[in-house]
Each structure stands twice: as C-alpha cells, then as structure tokens.
Design a protein around this ligand. Sequence first.
Ligand code: DGY
Length: 433
Amino acid sequence: MTKSTDIRAIELDAQAIEILRGNDCGTYTVPTKGLYPYQWNWDSIFVALGFSAFDIDRAWVEIDTLLADQWPDGMVPHIIFRKVDPGYFPGPDQWQTNRQPPTSGITQPPVAATVVRQLLEIDRDLNRDRAERIMVALDRWHQWFATARDPKGRGIVAISHPWESGRDNLPDWDRPLSFVDTSGVAEYQRRDTQHVDADQRPTKADYDRYLALVQFGREHNWNIEAIANGNAFWVADVGMNAILLRAEHDLAAIAARLGNKTLAKRAEQRATRLENGMEALWCEALGGYASLDLRRNEHAKTLSSGIFLPLYAGAVSQERAERLIGLLVDWLDAVRFGVPSFDPHSDQFDAIRYWRGPVWAMINWMIAMGLNRHNRPDLADRLRRDTQDLVENSGFSENFSPITGRGCGGDEFSWTAAIWLAWASPTHKRATA
Ligand code: DGY
C-alpha cells in the first residue's frame, strides 16, 4: 500500500464504522435508513461480521437480537418489524404473522453459523452459556429448513418466495413466478421507488407476484405444510442450498468446539444429505448449477452469481470447480468489476437493476472464500480488489454497476460497510478461509 492509498483506506474504515454506528438502533442495525428501516436477517449477520472488526461485543448483541425472535418452529424470520415505519411496504399488516414484535413469514439465507464460527475465532473467551444458546438456536433453524423446506427429504431445500433467497429479482425466478396468480392482489402503493430510482428496482409485475405469495402465506397462517403443498412458487435455489450446506459444516465445527458431539453429528448428517441433494441442481447443458423449479422439475435456463456459491460450500468436485472457475474468469473478462449478479452475456442482464446485474460486496466475500478453498487466492484477491475499488470510487452503496462501478440502490449501506471492514479494506489483515 502506498501512503496515499493507506490514508484513503483509513478514511474509508472510519466512514464504514460511522455508517454502522449511524444505522445502529441500539440492539439491531437497519440495512439503510429509508429504504429498509427494520431488522433484516442476513443483513444483520453481515453487520455482526463488520462490528467484529472493531466492537466484538456489539457483534454478539446483533446476533442475539436476531435470534431472540426465532419462531417456536425454529424459523428465523427475514424481517423483524421492531418499530413501525410507514416508509416501507409491505409492512406487518400485510404479513399478519401474529408475532410480537411483528415479523415477516419467511426466512433468508442462513449465513449465521458461518459468521458465528468466525466470531468465535476472534472472541475465544465468549461466555459459554451465550455460545451454547446461539448454537442451539442455529441448530433449530437448520432443522426447520430440513423439515419445512425439504419435506420430502430430497436433500434440497426450497424457497417459498424470491425474497427468501435474498436475491430478490434474479431472472431465474421469472418463469416460476409466471405461474403465480395475481388476480386477488388488491391495489397497493410501493414505497421502495420513493427511495430509489424505479430503474434500479424490481418491476410492478414482480411486486404483484411477491404480494400474491405473501397473501397465500397469510391466508394459510404461514402453516409450513400448506406452503410446501400449495405455494405457487417452490424453487430450489442454488445460493440458498450452498449457503445452508456451508452453514451446516460450520455449525458442526462450532458444536465440536463446544464439546456437543450429538449436535455436531446431527449437523454433519444434514450436511451430507444436502451434499447429495446438490447433485440435482447440476445442469450439464448450462455447464453449472442451476436453480430447480420443484413444481415443474425444471432447471432455470439462466446462470446467476449463485452458481459460484457451491465453491464456498465446498461441495464441488475438482473437475466441476475448474469449470465454474473458468466461467467466473469469462464473466470477469466481460465486465470491469466483478462479480456481476447475473450472466453478463445474457440479453436479460441489466447492469443497474437490483439482482439482474449489479455487484454485491457480500456475495463477492462469499465467492472469494470459495476461491481460497479451491486454491485460487489470486482470483479471490481480484474480487477483494474489485470490491475495494468500487467502494473507493462510489462509496458504501447497496450494490454497484459491474460496467461503470456506479453505486446503485440504497446509500450508506450497512453490509457494504461491514464487508469493507471485515475483508475489502486493504488495512484488514484477517485471512479469508
Ligand atoms: C425488499 O423489500 O426489497 C426486500 O428485499 C424484501 O426482503
């Protein structure tokens, strides 16, 4: 690092801390003010990772707060509506989950065990009761996935809503969503487009379908059997399955460290089932892992950055890893900043619209972990460097155009700040494994 990059990085470190502190509501952190004014599940986990770079106690508080509102059946909801905010739609009145505090009725990718494992490395003296409480909550959540989202025991979990994937409007969801009947959706007013330009957000047709799915869950009291049997959208997302698989291994490692052999074994058993199940997502014709519409037994015809997450999960043969890495290099050659969230060669690629092209810092972090795991630290560092450049040029935006580097979506975004502190900043020394 030269002296000037050094000074710039130190300034950005301070800004990232300021963003996390500014979005901190005391015991939880909003993703960004305005657009996302509540607690979101995987955002909070990335935030905890960011806090761990400068305030490990606050990192644990973020995790405790999220897990405190786990449902009795084990699900950890994707949004917890801690303080009513009319600036967000759909709010608690649309979800009607009958929880206090109100929550949504779906979950989000379980990155928690992976981050908790890393936090335990930093905080080796964490109070044992607290560590055990977190571990047990994660085990219950993972077991919920196995029961609620894989009722046939195939080793692949379904998502019941695009929001459950956390990668809301990927073109991968277009076809399965086209079967969702929107005729019962009443008029509504979107709030997201009051905060962010409409050309960076999902379309109205997408929103109609999102709301029809919320309506179905609400009408069935969020009953897991009713959703598994009747929800119009029931898709095995590569990203969700890969993240859960890695999380099971990380949970097993946490349990082994805390001396809980039974729990470690249970997590490994679920991991083995998922590893076997992942095979159903491989699509030779596409040359990668593709999401599978479980209602029609049909693979997506498109490739998203989620296909690189099996590398992060560690579930890939050497031969497939080489093919995926070859594809990644091809994508990186097609854009200025990696990793685009969607195939840059596709005519559905859109550099600035939410998950149809933009780069996301936390996805880069996960893919980089996968690359390190497959002996490509050079490429992992390329992704770190791209993330650094994006933040240096455009600040802590929600996501970025892979073509111009322009910041898109919400500003002063918590997870971008968190990933900066925990990985992308050149001042950061911790290894990514
Ligand atoms: C939104 O409202 O855009 C969120 O991504 C839903 O989780």
